[in-house]
Design a protein around this ligand. Structure first.
Ligand code: NAD
Length: 518
C-alpha cells in the first residue's frame, strides 16, 4: 500500500548531486487529500539556487481552487473535531515514523530547492519532527481544569478547536515551519490550509503525502500556493479563523493588520538582528566556534542567525581568529561532501546582501573578510556569497539597522556589559541573543536586563525545543500566542467553561431568587 511505497522511496539511494533528486516538474495543489494540477495561467519558476536549473513550476492557485480548499476543510471539520483524541494521537505517531523514514528524501528536496547543505537540511526536518513528536502528548496537554465550586456544582474548562486555520510559511525552513503548524493545528481538531513558500514548497508537498499515509482524513490538510493574491484570499476568507505567519516584517505586518482587522487570530514571527555579546572571560575556542556556526550556517538565512557581534573590551582582538576560522568554511553546492554553506536563495537576495555589505564600507565600517565574488568552480551559476565580516560597525549604519539575511557578520565594540545591553535593548528587534562568559553573575545580569525573547548563555542559537514555545520579542513578533508548546496549543484552541449543577430535586424550596448570589 501507500505506506510501503513511501518506505521504498525512503530506502532508495539518496541523491548525491543536484541533478538526480526527483522532483515533480509541476508543483500540485493538495486538495481533499489529492494532488491536483492547478488550472492557473500564472506560474512561478523555481530554480535550484546552486545551479539555476529549473526544478519545478509553482502555481498561483486560482480563486476556484482556493474555494475548493476551504470547502474541503469545511466539510472535514465536523467529523474531525469529533474524532477521539487517542485517534488523533495515533495519526501523529504514524506521522512521526513516516517523517523519520523519509528524512533524507525531505532533506534532499530542501537542499535542491532552498540551497542549504544536506546535513543542515536534515536538521530542518528534525526540528519540525520534534514538534510532531510533542503533539503526540496531546491527551495530556489538552486536559482542562476542573473544580467543585460549591455543593453539587462543578466548573470545568474544555479546549475546543477553532475550525479552519491557515499557515503562511517562509522559504528558509521549508520543513520545520510547516511542521510548527500542522501537527499542533490538526491534533487539536482543526483543519489547516497551508501556503508554503512559493520559493521551496517541495518539503511541504512531501509532508502532505506522509500526512495522508499517516491517516489524516480528507480535508484536514489542504495545500495551496502562490504569493500576495493567495495570501489576500486567506486574509479575507470569513471561514478561516486564525493565521500563523512566519516571514519578513513587511509581509507580516500587513498580514497581522489585515487579518486581525477581519477578526482573525494572527500569530506572526518576523525578522531579527540577533546579537552575541563576547565577554573577556569567555571560553575563547567555544565562543569563536559557536559564533562562526551561528553567523554563517545556512548562509545566514536563519531568523536566529547570530548576525551581530558585540565585542566587550579587549575581546575585539579575537577578530583575527574569527576571520581565520571563517575563511576555512567550505562554500559550495549543498550535496557536496563537507559543504558548510550553500548558496543564498535568489539572485535578488544576493544583490541585496552585497549592497548592504557595500553600504557598510561606504558608511565607514572595515571589511575584515570579503565574501563577494566567490564562485565555486563546479557551480558557476549559483547565488554565492561567501562569509563576510564587517568590523567597527556603528549604530545607525544600514548594515546594522537592517536584517541582512545572508552570511555576513557585523561586529561592534562596546566598552562594558552595560553598553552592550543598552545596544541590544535599543535595537528594534528582539528575537534572540547570546552571551559568552564564564561568570554566572554576568550571565544572570544579562538574562534579566536584556529585552529579547530567547537568550543563550554560551549557547549560540537558543531556539527552545517544542516542550517550550518560540518566544521572540519586540519587533520580531506580532500577536501574543507563541508557536508550538503551550502557546501553540492555546493559539489553535478556544476555551469553553462549563458550570454544572447536578442535584436531586429539593421539594422544600419553592421560592425563586432574583438577586446575584452573595
Ligand atoms: P517573506 O515575507 O518574503 O515570505 C513569507 C511568506 O509571505 C511567503 O509565503 C510569501 O509568499 C508571503 N508573502 C511575501 N510577501 C508578501 C506580501 N507582500 N503580501 C502577502 N504575502 C506575502 O519571507 P521570506 O523571505 O520567505 O523569509 C525570510 C524572513 O522570515 C526573514 O525576515 C526571517 O527573519 C523571517 N523568519 C522569521 C522567523 C521567526 O520565527 N521569527 C523564522 C523564519 C524566518
Amino acid at each position: 500500500g501507500p505506506v510501503r511505497s513511501a518506505m521504498a522511496a525512503a530506502n532508495a539511494p539518496y541523491p548525491k548531486s543536484h541533478f538526480d533528486v526527483k522532483q515533480p516538474s509541476t508543483t500540485m495543489n493538495f486538495l481533499d487529500n489529492t494532488l491536483v494540477e492547478s488550472r492557473t495561467n500564472k506560474w512561478i519558476d523555481l530554480h535550484d539556487p546552486a545551479t539555476q536549473t529549473l526544478v519545478t513550476r509553482v502555481p498561483e492557485t486560482t480563486t476556484e481552487e482556493l474555494d475548493a480548499a476551504v470547502a474541503s476543510a469545511k466539510k472535514a471539520f465536523p467529523a474531525w473535531r469529533k474524532t477521539s483524541i487517542m485517534h488523533r494521537q495515533q495519526i501523529m505517531f504514524r506521522l512521526v515514523s513516516l517523517i523519520r523514514e523519509n528524512w533524507d528524501r525531505l532533506a534532499a528536496c530542501i537542499t535542491l530547492e532552498q540551497g542549504k547543505t544536506l546535513a543542515d537540511a536534515r536538521g530542518d526536518v528534525l526540528r519540525g519532527l520534534q514538534v510532531v513528536e510533542s503533539a503526540c502528548a496531546i491527551p495530556m496537554t489538552m486536559m482542562g481544569e476542573q473544580i467543585e465550586v460549591s455543593q453539587d456544582m462543578d466548573t470545568y474548562t474544555i479546549r475546543e478547536p477553532l475550525g479552519i486555520v491557515a499557515a503562511i510559511c517562509p522559504f528558509n525552513f521549508p520543513a520545520m515551519i510547516p511542521l510548527w503548524c500542522l501537527p499542533v493545528a490538526a491534533v487539536t481538531g482543526n483543519c489547516l490550509i497551508m501556503k508554503p513558500s512559493e520559493r521551496d514548497p517541495g518539503a511541504a508537498m512531501i509532508i502532505s503525502e506522509l500526512a495522508r499515509e499517516a491517516g489524516l482524513p480528507n480535508g484536514v490538510l489542504n495545500i495551496v500556493h502562490g504569493t500576495a493574491p493567495t495570501v489576500d484570499y486567506i486574509l479575507d476568507c470569513p471561514d478561516i479563523k486564525a493565521i500563523s505567519f512566519v516571514g519578513s516584517d513587511r509581509a507580516g505586518k500587513y498580514i497581522y493588520e489585515r487579518g486581525t482587522a477581519n477578526g482573525k487570530r494572527v500569530q506572526a514571527n518576523l525578522g531579527a538582528k540577533n546579537h552575541a555579546v563576547v565577554m573577556p572571560d569567555a571560553n575563547k575556542q567555544h565562543t569563536i566556534n559557536s559564533i562562526i556556526g551561528a553567523a554563517f550556517g545556512a548562509a545566514g538565512q536563519r531568523c536566529m542567525a547570530l548576525s551581530t557581534l558585540v565585542f566587550v573590551g579587549e575581546t575585539k582582538e579575537w577578530i583575527k581568529d574569527i576571520v581565520a576560522r571563517a575563511k576555512e568554511l567550505k562554500v559550495t553546492g549543498g550535496f557536496e561532501e563537507g559543504a558548510d554553506l550553500g548558496p543564498v536563495i535568489s539572485k535578488q537576495s544576493k544583490a541585496r546582501i552585497e549592497s548592504l555589505i557595500q553600504s557598510g564600507i561606504d558608511e565607514g565600517a572595515t571589511l575584515s573578510l570579503d565574501g563577494r565574488g566567490y564562485v565555486p568552480e563546479k557551480y558557476p551559476a549559483g547565488n554565492w556569497v561567501a562569509p563576510t565580516i564587517l568590523t567597527d560597525v556603528k549604530k545607525g549604519m544600514k548594515c546594522y539597522e537592517e536584517e541582512i539575511f545572508g552570511p555576513v557578520l557585523v561586529c561592534l565594540n562596546a566598552p562594558t556589559l552595560d553598553d552592550a545591553i543598552d545596544l541590544i535593548n535599543e535595537n528594534k528587534y528582539g528575537n534572540g541573543t547570546a552571551i559568552f562568559t564564564t561568570n554566572g553573575a554576568t550571565a544572570r545580569r544579562f538574562q534579566k536586563d536584556v529585552e529579547v525573547g530567547q537568550i543563550g548563555i554560551n549557547v549560540p542559537i537558543p531556539v527552545p525545543l517544542p516542550m517550550f514555545s518560540f518566544t521572540g520579542n519586540k519587533g520580531s513578533v506580532l500577536g501574543d500566542l507563541n508557536f508550538y508548546g503551550k502557546g501553540g496549543l492555546q493559539f489553535y484552541t478556544q476555551l469553553k467553561t462549563v458550570t454544572a449543577l447536578w442535584r436531586h430535586d429539593d421539594a422544600s424550596c419553592t421560592k425563586a431568587t432574583v438577586n446575584m448570589p452573595t
